[in-house]
Design a protein. Structure first.
Length: 332
């Protein structure tokens, strides 16, 4: 059996299929791959190194920053800056977007929105965490400074998006709008290899993922949908399995492979929910749609939402089209 393709070989192979693809995007994804290898190593040593636990600082979200958040933020920032094709990044760990010095060629045509480590509160208890990234073309003229509106683009114009899950194995899953492919990291070789080509949600509804601890705060439609998921109806495969790790990338990835819907609704105590539009929901919505599913905020396609702020939150529902259509019946 021939050796599976590495991530870079795959991108170069695909690049030949799409003449409009340029080496810059290949370079950019290579930078993300490099930084994720460093994060993989630190996570796997976390129990041994003094990077467990909080750094004592808080981020823009007012959340206590785990030391790995800071390490990952620096690694992705430096890797993206070094490649010269990214002019600015927005990070969950940074209050404002960060513009990189224009390289001499002024060819920095991409901007990146990233959550360097999502679910960091799970680090100390050995639950999988993830990196989520979203790539756009900048809109402003390259001879000017980057402006906020370069980041406030609808998710439907993303050039590429993906995530890295640091779990029982480390995987990078991404899309450029031509399907979803997953690559597993082989630490003995130090490279990512194509392990999950052309990922699609399974047809059969299987899992629902939501923090039911907040049921008292959910709208009636959500509560009725949860009752529907738990009803016994063998003709339609219900009750569905309840699975919720409390780490977005882990919950989303399991549902993508096994056929499940992820729900983080707006609620009485947090009308826009908790998840961030730019660097959590838009990239995962791109992946969900490319894998044959849907993603909405309950009444609008996530990728059509008009962003207003860098760190804005949004209710988020993502899953196979059939499960999303079932949910929609309860939200009308
Ligand atoms: P809750 C982690 O903090 C996170 O942002 C996501 O990774 C996760 O899905 C969600 O919050 C969990 O939130 O309110 O259920 O604890």
């Amino acid at each position: 059996m021939s050796e599976p393709m590495t991530l870079i070989e795959f991108i170069l192979h695909k690049q030949n299929e799409f003449p409009e693809a340029t080496g810059d995007l290949t370079n950019l994804l290579g930078a993300i791959q490099l930084a994720s290898k460093h994060v993989h190593r630190q996570i796997n040593r976390a129990g041994l190194l003094d990077i467990l636990g909080a750094s004592g600082e808080t981020n823009i979200q007012g959340e206590e920053q785990q030391k790995l958040d800071l390490f990952a933020n620096e690694r992705f920032k430096n890797a993206l800056k070094a490649r010269g094709h990214v002019c600015a990044i927005a990070s969950e760990e940074e209050e404002h977007f960060i513009e990189f010095e224009q390289n001499e060629k002024g060819t920095s045509k991409y901007i990146v929105a990233i959550d360097p480590i999502d679910g960091s509160s799970n680090i100390d208890v050995n639950v999988p965490v993830g990196t989520i990234f979203s790539i756009y073309r900048r809109l402003s003229c390259t001879s000017e400074s980057v402006v906020l509106s370069d980041f406030l683009q609808r998710g439907r114009v993303q050039v590429a998006a993906g995530y890295v899950i640091y779990g029982t194995s480390t995987m990078l899953v991404y899309t450029t709008g031509y399907g979803v492919n997953g690559f597993t990291f082989d630490a003995t070789v130090g490279d990512f290899f194509l392990s999950h080509p052309n990922i699609h949600y399974p047809e059969k509804p299987n899992i629902f993922s939501i923090n039911e601890g907040y049921t008292a705060y959910f709208d009636q439609g959500i509560r009725q949908y949860l009752d529907f998921c738990k009803e016994e109806n063998s003709d339609y495969g219900r009750p569905y399995k309840a699975r919720y790790v409390g780490s977005l990338v882990a919950d989303f990835h399991r549902n993508l492979l096994q056929g499940g819907i992820y729900l983080y609704p707006g609620m009485r105590t947090a009308t826009d929910g908790k998840l961030r539009l730019l660097y959590e929901c838009n990239p995962l919505a791109f992946i969900a749609e490319q894998a044959g599913g849907k993603a909405t905020n309950g009444h609008q396609r996530t990728l059509d939402v008009d962003p207003r702020q860098l760190h804005q939150r949004t209710p988020f529902f993502a899953g196979p089209s059939n499960m999303m259509e079932q949910l929609q019946e309860f939200l009308r």
